[in-house]
Design a protein around this ligand. Structure first.
Ligand SMILES: [Fe+2]
Length: 234
């Protein structure tokens, strides 16, 4: 299994605070049998230019790579970003540089404020005009948004849907997560892990729950999709 969304790179966002923490997070991922990881630090257009972000990301990756020898085994990894929605993003020339590795998959975090139709218009344009394959990060966090707009995303076959492990693990959302999984619209999973405390790598726990309920090959689909993202990233 692959973790396509996490904040394991050290010192770049509100995720891992140090190389030591990143190494322990990676150790947990390996222990859980995770085969590949996409490092997806937050990109906020209001805080950094893409160039600054990319050079900070490269620096963080270098620091981590310098210490990987300390681990007995390391999952495969590639870098991407979690691009927070910004107005006008569908006209930005920088989107390609924020994609996952060399692929044209881009992980986008929608706004948490009340959605306007233009938000979804722009996301759809990114896919039709730029030809990028948009992955909507943790869709479950938006289930309280305008139902029609959420439906537009879920029913658009050009958009990929990522869910967080937590959606399946948390008691209050687990049955909703299984119901959503059964609709066949979960394309990718992520731990969205940030630390070693309340947001630690936890994909294996979610996978065990999914395996118990999956009768229609949802997990095979997720595995196939993750593999495709990973292979195209190289
Ligand atoms: Fe995230």
């Amino acid at each position: 299994m692959f973790d396509v969304h996490c904040h394991i790179l050290p010192g770049i966002d509100d995720g891992s605070k140090s190389v030591t923490m990143s190494l322990e997070m990676l150790r947990l991922e390996a222990e859980q049998g995770i085969e590949g990881i996409v490092f997806t630090p937050h990109f906020y257009a209001s805080q950094n230019s893409p160039e600054t972000f990319l050079s900070r990301r490269e620096q963080a990756l270098k620091e981590l790579e310098g210490s990987l020898g300390l681990l007995a085994s390391v999952p495969r990894f590639t870098v991407g970003s979690e691009v927070h929605y910004f107005r006008g993003m569908s006209r930005s020339d920088s989107l390609e540089s924020l994609c996952i590795g060399n692929s044209n998959f881009i992980l986008i975090e929608m706004p948490f404020r009340e959605w306007q139709p233009v938000f979804v218009d722009e996301i759809e344009e990114i896919s039709t005009v730029h030809g990028l394959k948009v992955i909507i990060a943790h869709i479950e966090r938006y289930f309280n948004q305008d139902k029609k707009l959420v439906k537009r995303i879920i029913e658009n076959p050009d958009l990929l849907i990522q869910c967080n492990a937590e959606f399946f693990i948390e008691k209050k959302t687990s049955s909703k997560a299984i119901k959503f999984l059964k609709k066949g619209r979960v394309d990718l999973l992520g731990s969205d892990s940030h630390n070693l405390d309340d947001r630690r790598p936890n994909l294996a726990e979610a996978l065990a729950i999914i395996e118990r309920h999956d009768k229609k090959g949802a997990l095979d689909h997720i595995n196939r999709m993750s593999r495709t993202v990973f292979e195209q990233a190289r």
